[in-house]
Design a protein around this ligand. Sequence first.
Ligand SMILES: [Zn+2]
Length: 240
Amino acid sequence: MRIITAMQNKSDKYVNGRLGNITPIGIVVHSTGCNNPYAKRYVNAPDELGENYYQNWFGGKYSNDVLPHGVIGKGKTDAPVVCQILPFNLPCQGCGSGPKGSYNWLNGKGFIQFEICEDDLKDEKYFNAAFDLAAEFCACLMAQYPTIKLEDIVSHKEANARGYASAHGDPENWLNNYKKDMNWFRDKVAALRKYPEDNPEEGSDIFYKVQVGAFKYRENAEAYLEKLRDAGFDGFITKG
Ligand SMILES: [Zn+2]
């Protein structure tokens, strides 16, 4: 999946990095709690998202100390995009802490956390697009980190209920508007995870091939292969 990166681990606002690296063991989903659906508000990637002249992006000079790993919001158009602002193996500043500790940092383990940019909570089309993309992002992260279990993809609210986060109600405040909940969200992620190629079995002889064309006449296939080679890709022709 396409991820816009604008790392903030060198920012003065980032202090959790001193704790050391984490093994990601879950995901906390947040929503921002204010009406600004544009990722540029929170992510300093002017070329891809547009300029934030206030410098109040996460990690910016005029930001607070919240610094999640990722942000999902509108890019230059109304279509939501995924941005990464901290390496996934560093502890973020996402959910504060509760009586049992913090999902930001659990002695060398931690939760990957991302914010979804809220709008006025009235645009169902944006709501669906943003949470669809968030589910895709979670499925990608699970493929990358098999240590993440589906039941440990939680909201900030659920993390608080488990005793590992501050008392916030996101993103249920938004989900509830459309009579949805985190089980609905986890089901979305599970549906994206049903393909076995994410977890190939040991010794499996299954391969996934990339095909770029199929031609009736061999000369057309050869001409196309020539184009591929010119573009720097290796390839070969098979008959079928
Ligand atoms: Zn939150």
